[in-house]
Design a protein around this ligand. Structure first.
Ligand code: AMP
Ligand code: ZN
Length: 467
């Protein structure tokens, strides 16, 4: 399995620290508003990376933080006249709702800055003790010149950075490249007590602290959007490696941007679309499918046309799946001689899928494999196919779609009913019809319809699909 490592700028074979285990840390959002589709990209991409590792038999420890204290949260809290924690709690909940809608598996843990103050203070103290940080007037800064590898992730040279520094000048800093670890309390802001007086942490320290607390000094994969390479991840390396005396992360993965007319989607540009507003026009599963349709390192342009094309593509896959389930429910028998060629094709499709994912998680090609599978269902399978072949096809379909998280394998699509419950109701309806209880039969049809399932009476029997 190869993945592109931003640190070495090449694709590398993945070798875990501990056999059968992946320790993964993904930078999460700052919770002052709903997440937009740009923020959703790392959610969906790294969830898919996690799912693929799990498919390969790894146990994945997946940590994603919430930045729940920050200038923007405080500003919004002041505007609304509430405590910063009220804003943070609200948007943590909303981000989790969106993640759930996008079929992102729950993280092993979602640590929050405000709950990690002791660990944060401990790491800052260690950095001061080891000579990597200094205190001035209640602020603590990281001394970038003390860390000889500073710039290794982004490839930036500290002297050049210093010369062109656009970073705000702070009289207290020794160098403009130094960054803040602890800032003193300002009026009207939440604050915590520390050895340097009341205040709150700078942004970068939280991820170093949380990765250490929940995954250990060295982790396998650290991930986030490419805007985080510098300074956020560069600073995380400086903090963690100086404090722990160990490599921070063996692999660094970064997703490209979602753009609008060639410009990065962001709150500050005002060119953003929240997941919540997009979901009024396109279901969450289409948003996820759209994100997976491009390679994660490239840019994606967000447009209505591309969303519509994702919707149509997903529809094709779902139709093929419905017809597969229908054929399976009416089938019997073991594999027939002339079905071996189809088995070969199934194996070929699975291999193409795995080869694509093994090559730096090429989800765009993995999606192509699922289209191939849909084509195989439409072309190679029919009501005379053996149950064994149909079952094998369904297993492959379920497994591959489950890796992409596009069709929840068990409760396919929009119904609160399980497949077994649907079949039981169809059975009951047939029974009612046999007894000439047409009103009863209609009632069951209506009940299914209310729960998102439509029936079609065909010559081969009753065919059902999701709305
Ligand atoms: P933020 O709340 O801005 O810190 O962003 C949370 C996550 O979303 C980070 O991993 C960012 O890199 C990522 N992100 C923000 N904007 C975009 C975008 N337009 N495209 C892709 N990823 C983004
Ligand atoms: Zn981070």
């Amino acid at each position: 399995m190869k993945l592109y490592n931003t640190l070495t700028r090449k694709k590398e074979e993945f070798v875990p620290i501990e056999e059968g285990r992946v320790k993964m840390y993904v930078c999460g959002p700052t919770v002052y508003d709903y997440i937009h589709i740009g923020n959703a990209r790392p959610y969906v991409i790294f969830d898919t990376v996690r799912r693929y590792f799990e498919y390969k038999g790894y146990k994945v420890d997946y940590i994603q933080n919430f930045t729940d204290v920050d200038d923007k949260i405080i500003r919004r809290a002041n505007e609304e006249g509430v405590d910063a924690s009220v804003i943070a709690d609200r948007f943590v909940k909303e981000a989790l709702n969106d993640a759930y809608g996008l079929n992102v598996k729950p993280a092993t843990k979602n640590p929050r800055v405000t709950e990690e103050m002791d660990n944060i203070i401990t790491m800052i103290s260690t950095l001061i003790e080891k000579g990597y940080a200094y205190e001035v007037n209640g602020s603590v800064f990281y001394d970038t010149k003390a860390f000889k590898d500073y710039g290794k992730l982004s490839g930036k040279k500290i002297d050049e950075l210093e010369a062109g520094a656009r970073i705000e000048v702070d009289q207290n800093k020794k160098s403009p490249m130094d960054f803040v670890l602890w800032k003193p309390k300002k009026e009207g802001e939440p604050a915590w007590s520390s050895p340097w007086g009341e205040g709150r942490p700078g942004w970068h320290i939280e991820c170093s602290v949380m990765a250490k607390a929940y995954l250990g000094d060295t982790i396998d994969i650290h991930a986030g959007g490419e805007d985080l390479i510098f300074p956020h991840h560069e600073n995380e390396i400086a903090q963690s490696e100086a404090a722990n005396g160990a490599t921070f992360s063996n692999y660094w993965m970064h997703n490209g941007f979602i753009n609008v007319d060639g410009v990065k989607m962001s709150k500050s540009e005002g060119n953003f679309f929240t997941i919540r507003e997009i979901s009024e026009k396109f279901p969450y599963e289409v948003i996820r499918f759209f994100i997976l349709s491009g390679h994660y390192r490239g840019p994606i342009n967000f447009s209505r046309e591309l969303m519509e094309s994702a919707q149509n593509g997903l529809e094709r896959i779902k139709n093929a799946y419905s017809s597969l389930v229908f054929m399976l429910n009416n089938s019997d028998g073991t594999l027939k001689e002339d079905e071996n060629a189809t088995i070969e094709k199934l194996n070929g499709i699975r291999k193409y899928f795995e080869d694509s994912m093994d090559d730096d998680f090429n989800t765009a090609d993995a999606v192509t494999a699922v289209f191939e599978l849909s084509k195989l269902i439409n072309v190679d399978l029919n009501e005379n196919s053996s149950k064994e072949l149909l079952e094998k096809t369904k297993n492959e379909f379920d497994e591959l779609c489950d890796i992409l998280g596009i069709i929840p394998a068990k409760q396919v699509k929009n119904s609160e009913l399980t497949e077994d419950e649907i079949l039981a109701l169809i059975e009951k309806r047939a029974e009612a019809k046999k007894n000439k209880d047409y009103a009863g039969a209609d009632k069951i049809r209506q009940e299914l319809s209310d729960k998102g399932v439509v029936l079609e009476d065909t010559r081969q029997g009753v065919r059902w699909s999701y709305k």
